[in-house]
Ligand binder design. Structure first.
Ligand code: FMN
Length: 372
């Protein structure tokens, strides 16, 4: 049910370290920095090592091992200006931005980068951030109603003139944006990614998102979500692409890779992980059916704050490449990766894993992929 043809190569994205503390809440050595120089070098390394996308994080204040943070939209634009091909998803919270202002930002960013602007619209879990800003914190499914209106407004403004919208959260009257974002052969407007896995999130994806991002999952978890997202897309006569988060540890032997995972968990910052565990009860667990991100995560899973260990991209280059291909066969279009030492590991991925993935893809019989 993916938009791409089954034989499209698997796409890769990496998490931009625009928040301090690395991608795991652990005292293990992480040669990852959140500063600009490191981010610029990482982005250049990424586009030279098979990454088509980068995903920034939106965080407005210190929290759970992330003391510092660079603002998502400005850093995303800076990364695109420093690279040639990388598409960067600027993360955005509908509760914090007006869709008209964000649509304007996106159009300008798209022109400055020759059509490389994308966005990840998130509905939020961090109540403390909204309280600090004096903004109302909506109940779980209400946050999704607002996010859906936000996305409908972005598309309306990006695709039409005299846009009028009378919603519960946003209103527009005969509004025309000029210039609109670039209309590239690949997409009619900047791609809209979505972070959120609850039932409300899955249904919204089918109605309005271009890409659905899953937190880390084993094969069963991917199959289960794909079924829901694709059913919702079908009802709406659409198709949605699927992205899957995973934490990658590449070593010469499986044992060495597993030892690194053990060390990450053994050195976890217990207090910070516990604080995060409590805060994310505001996400999936608070949905009307209690289903969604982090609702079933173990304490160990939460040491990587997007359940990245569950995807099990941990082992030798061959083992990792094989798993990536299995996910692709299930219907995953994009692999979103996080690492311990982001820049170095991106380079190792490009050298040791990517060529195997491409070889295995080329050897796959068309009919096996067509079932995806
Ligand atoms: C790939 C991905 C990226 C996300 N990035 C952010 C982020 O940058 N900032 C944020 O506050 N939440 C982020 N979230 C979390 C969402 O805001 C939301 O709380 C979470 O997806 C739970 O949604 P659910 O209750 O629908 O499962 C992200 C989620 C995913 C899947």
């Amino acid at each position: 049910m993916s938009v791409g043809t089954p034989s499209d190569p698997l796409k890769f994205a990496y998490w931009v370290p625009n928040v301090s503390g690395g991608l795991v809440t652990s005292g293990i050595e992480q040669r990852t920095d959140w500063n600009w120089d490191y981010n610029r070098e990482t982005a250049i390394a990424a586009e030279n090592n098979g990454f088509e996308y980068a995903l920034s994080q939106v965080r407005y204040m210190a929290s759970y091992s992330a003391e510092y943070q660079h603002e998502s939209t400005s850093l995303s634009l800076a990364i695109m200006m420093a690279t040639e091909r990388l598409k960067v998803m600027a993360a955005v919270h509908p509760g914090m931005w007006h869709p008209g202002v964000f649509a304007n930002f996106g159009a300008t960013a798209d022109h400055l980068t020759n059509g490389r602007f994308a966005t990840n619209v998130v509905s939020g879990w961090f109540k403390g951030e909204f309280q600090a800003f004096g903004e109302p914190w909506l109940e779980h499914d209400e946050r999704y109603r607002r996010t859906e209106e936000f996305i409908r407004c972005l598309k309306g403004i990006w695709e039409s003139d005299d846009f009028t919208f009378l919603g519960d959260f946003y209103r527009f009257h005969d509004y025309t944006l000029k210039p609109k974002p670039l209309n590239t052969p690949e997409r009619p407007h900047p791609e809209i990614f979505q972070g959120g896995n609850s039932t409300a999130a899955r249904q919204m994806a089918g109605r309005v998102s271009d890409f659905y991002f899953s937190n880390g999952k084993d094969y069963d978890g991917v199959v289960e979500q794909l079924a829901d997202v694709n059913a919702s897309a079908k009802e709406n006569d659409r198709s949605v692409k699927f992205g899957l988060n995973g934490f990658m540890i590449i070593r010469d032997t499986e044992k060495e890779a597993q030892d690194v995972l053990r060390e990450i968990v053994d050195k976890a910052n217990v207090e910070q992980v516990e604080g995060f565990r409590q805060a994310v009860q505001q996400a999936g667990a608070s949905a009307s059916d209690g289903k969604g991100m982090w609702a079933e995560s173990s304490w160990e899973d939460l040491v990587q704050y997007n359940d990245g260990f569950k995807t099990k991209l941990i082992g030798t280059p061959e083992q990792i490449a094989e798993r990536l291909i299995e996910y692709k066969k299930l219907g995953v279009d994009l692999s979103l990766l996080c690492f311990l030492h982001v820049k170095e590991d991106i380079e190792q991925f490009g050298r040791e894993v990517l060529p195997l993935v491409r070889e295995m893809e080329a050897a796959l019989p068309e009919r096996e992929l067509a079932q995806a």
